[in-house]
Design a protein around this ligand. Structure first.
Ligand code: NDP
Length: 311
């Protein structure tokens, strides 16, 4: 038995992970590459966006544990062994970090702090109308690990929070909805829309010209999920037309965001470098270790991905 580490991390990043794994799984053989690994002995792979094909030729593999919460890139590898369960990273520490980022973005939009930053650059002294939190409607798209934590944090902060998911959900203090009709209604009512959907065929290009036109005029958009949820040219057009008031974007079609990309210098876009909720090796290694122990005892791993649904 032993664990293959596969993915696009620097040596320094892997060193941090290895230290955390050694703490969580003392004595466990860890191999940083297929070439170094005893391939017949590998029963688990810890992966961080590995190159396509990286998990082929491992006959004893019985768990693919993603170190990232989003598995869209991993699942797009056609050579992924079909019968090996894929578990995604679900770490309460990440949910907390995501809730902090979302709260910052929502506060910034609600209280006009991004507008004040723009005014500072223009040497402009102008107070904006001040609304109470309960007068601000925030719509959460996706009520899973991240979206659920964010919805509850925003509700606790006093915002009028609604949420939308595929299956019905119950969350204290959150008005939850499913289906296309409810989506259209809640989208039209929201002052701020926060996206925390997974990237699947059903959600790719979700924010296109039609959906952006269905938002309340001047509403804020916060995308903390995946860049491909947003049709970037359509968002630029909606911002320039005043249909979307301001966008806070953590994720992009191409990352790192290319230096000449218009988002960098757009007055109504706030850019984050995919930093809304970083995986913390210290807590994530413990989550991964629990799944290793589970599969080695013949149990299914926690948070296995449904390959049909794509998340
Ligand atoms: P989960 O799988 O826990 O939750 C997904 C939610 O979206 C569920 O409520 C699900 O509904 C809902 N959903 C999925 N498909 C649809 C659909 N077609 N229509 C309506 N609702 C849908 O995901 P997480 O909360 O862990 O992650 C959310 C996003 O955050 C992902 O895109 C992930 O990649 C991203 N992420 C971003 C990070 C960052 O730093 N920016 C860090 C970590 C994650 P149901 O409950 O019914 O299944």
């Amino acid at each position: 038995m032993g664990i293959l580490l596969a993915g696009s991390l620097s040596d320094a990043e892997w060193a941090l992970w290895e230290a955390a794994f050694h703490g969580a799984l003392p004595g466990e053989p860890l191999w940083r590459s297929r070439d170094q690994a005893d391939r017949a002995a590998v029963d688990v792979a810890f992966v961080a966006n590995p190159l396509p094909g990286a998990l082929q030729g491992l006959p004893g593999l019985r768990l693919i544990q993603s170190l990232w919460a989003g598995v869209d890139r991993l699942l797009s590898d056609p050579t992924l062994p079909p019968d090996v369960p894929v578990a995604r990273m679900v770490d309460p520490a990440m949910n907390l970090a995501m809730a902090e980022t979302a709260l910052w973005a929502v506060l910034g939009l609600h209280r006009g702090f991004f507008t004040y930053a723009r005014q500072q650059r223009a040497v402009q002294w102008q107070q904006l109308a001040q609304r109470r939190a309960d007068e601000v409607t925030v719509l959460l798209l996706g009520l899973g690990q991240m979206g659920g934590a964010v919805a509850q944090r925003l509700a606790a902060q006093g915002y009028a929070v609604s949420g939308w998911s595929r299956r019905p959900a119950t969350l204290p203090g959150v008005a939850t909805h499913t289906g296309d009709a409810a989506l259209a209604d809640t989208l039209a009512e929201a002052d701020i829309v926060v996206n925390l959907l997974p990237l699947t065929p059903a959600t790719t290009g979700f924010f296109d010209a039609r959906r952006l036109a269905g938002m309340a005029r001047g509403a804020g958009l916060v995308n903390l999920a995946r860049g491909a949820h947003v049709v970037e040219a359509d968002l630029l057009a909606a911002l320039d037309a005043g249909q979307v008031g301001h966008a806070v974007l953590d994720v992009f079609q191409v990352e790192p965001l290319p230096p000449l990309h218009p988002f960098w210098r757009h007055d109504r876009i706030t850019v984050l470098p995919h930093a809304a909720a970083l995986t913390d090796p210290r807590s994530a290694a413990r989550v991964a270790a629990a799944n290793v122990r589970a599969v080695r005892c013949g149990q299914p791993p926690a948070h296995a991905v449904d390959l049909q649904r794509g998340y």
